[in-house]
Ligand binder design. Structure first.
Ligand code: PAF
Length: 285
């Protein structure tokens, strides 16, 4: 088995990265909240290709969950994750406990002005503040040259790219395509909450994106028509509650009315109590 180091202390992690940098090695980084699935593994395989030293963090970040969300029950399985990461040839797991990252008296947060005011940021008002804060901290601790994020969390990726530019992080942010189950459901740790029946209903997200893609390719330019058709499709599945369906500018995430260039279609739907997200770029050409 590959020799993997588990680091819990931030100072030890910094020292490790400084040593690697001193040796002229490229440090690649994949931040996760654990409970790894094939989607994470695709990011990790990419990290393995891009870096000499590959660090994966496992930290369920409390500041990105609001009190009514699933922080306590969020799925965790460190032993299974460790085995998977060993198999992938990961060099370091950075797995701090909560006190290591948020010490008593913690009061410094990173907030973006505009990008969080769309899509998921509307119904999860503290989420992106928590993500931007923890990713900033992880960047300062892991000191990577390259960091890899999934495109399934499109808004998160856009926010991290913007933040890295705004705060002069000298880190290359790589976005990696969404990994799907054979029937199209986007991989997510939260899929583990779904009952077999809900699992069928969860496919409505992907089906609505595919339907929209076809409608756009057939020449329909009116965003509202596409969104209405997606609403109808998703509502025809049981146990689904739509949080939002949006067609927006892929850079600013502002809503668009006319599809006359590539747009982002993004949606969040609860199936039972499980909130799922997905997205696709729709191209009229
Ligand atoms: O995408 C996630 O798993 C988390 O939001 C991240 C980037 C690890 C920050 O906690």
């Amino acid at each position: 088995m590959h020799d993997i180091k588990v680091i819990i202390r931030a100072t030890e992690m910094q020292k490790h990265s400084d040593r690697m940098r001193g040796l002229g090695k490229t440090v690649a980084f994949v931040p996760t909240m654990g409970f790894l699935h094939k989607g994470h593994l695709s990011l990790i395989k990419e990290g393995r290709k891009l870096g000499d030293d590959l660090v994966v963090s496992i930290f369920v970040n409390p500041t990105q969950f609001s009190p009514e969300e699933d922080f306590e029950s969020y799925p965790r399985n460190f032993d299974k994750d460790l085995k998977l990461l060993q198999k992938e040839g990961v060099d370091v797991i950075f797995s701090p406990n909560e006190d290591e990252l948020y010490q008593d008296g913690f009061q410094t947060y990173v907030e973006l002005k505009n990008l969080p005011n769309h899509l998921c940021g509307i119904s999860r008002p503290i989420f992106f503040r928590g993500v931007a804060t923890v990713v900033t901290k992880l960047f300062n601790i892991v000191r990577p040259h390259i960091a890899i994020f999934g495109q399934k969390d499109y808004q998160q990726l856009a926010i991290i790219r913007r933040m890295a530019r705004d705060l002069n992080f000298n880190i290359k942010i790589v976005g990696f395509p969404t990994v799907r189950e054979p029937d199209g459901l986007a991989m997510s740790s939260r899929n583990s909450y779904l009952t077999p029946e809900q699992r069928i209903n969860a496919l409505s997200l992907y089906k609505s994106l595919n339907q929209s893609k076809k409608l756009v390719e057939s020449g329909i330019k009116d965003a509202k028509r596409i969104i209405d058709a997606a609403y109808a499709l998703i509502k025809s599945y049981q146990d689904t509650a739509i949080d939002y369906i949006a067609i927006c500018d892929p850079e600013t995430l502002a809503d668009m009315e006319t599809i006359d260039r590539p747009v982002l279609m993004a949606l969040a739907v609860s199936v039972g109590k499980t909130r799922l997200i997905d997205n696709m770029i729709l191209n009229p050409e």
